[in-house]
Design a protein. Structure first.
Length: 185
């Protein structure tokens, strides 16, 4: 009986991964108009990774990026294509994979406890900011001209820290209220 349940859950993995990519897509289209507008895309990434586990959650992020790179308008403001991934903010998009991998590793080592998930997401977000900002500086410098690290941080990171932490908290809250079959880590 236990093997049958395990096989059935693995058979559902592609559906969960696809639904995770859909959630990220829909949330990337939701734009909150503030002084610096932001999307709910980061919320979806955190939510999908926590709900589906590190392996399936990261696979959802990768699928989302592949679909967008193929030209389907899944990114914010309905953009798509390799240009979106190679553009100035492409490092933040590809950095979502790093959040998933860090989460996967942390939960695998320390277990799926709320504090482990939260810590992994905070570390993943910091790595995303680091990677994305380096990418932004490189692309911006090549296309427009030199930019200081502090200017890049003031444009790309500082305005998003509090909203991203709030989205992270909301994702943890939601993911711990929704029950899915046993998750594969």
């Amino acid at each position: 009986m236990n093997n049958t349940k395990s096989i059935r859950i693995r058979a559902l993995d592609p559906a969960y991964i696809a639904l995770g990519a859909v959630l990220i897509t829909v949330c990337s289209w939701i734009s909150i108009p503030t002084v610096v507008p932001f999307t709910m895309q980061t919320f979806a990434v955190f939510c999908v990774i926590s709900l589906l586990g590190g392996k399936r959650g990261t696979a959802s992020v990768i699928l989302y990026l592949i679909i967008g790179a193929a030209g389907v308008p899944v990114f914010s403001r309905f953009t798509a294509g390799a240009g979106a991934l190679l553009g100035a903010t492409g490092g933040y998009l590809t950095g979502f994979v790093l959040i998933g991998l860090i989460y996967w590793l942390a939960v695998r080592i320390f277990g799926k406890r709320i504090w482990v998930e939260a810590a992994a997401m905070v570390v993943g977000l910091a790595v995303l900011y680091f990677f994305g900002t380096l990418w932004f500086i490189a692309v911006y410098t090549r296309s427009t001209g030199s930019i200081s690290v502090m200017t890049a941080l003031s444009w790309c990171v500082f305005p998003f820290i509090i909203p991203d932490l709030l989205k992270m908290a909301l994702a943890l809250f939601v993911s711990h209220r929704v029950k899915l079959p046993e998750q594969s880590m």
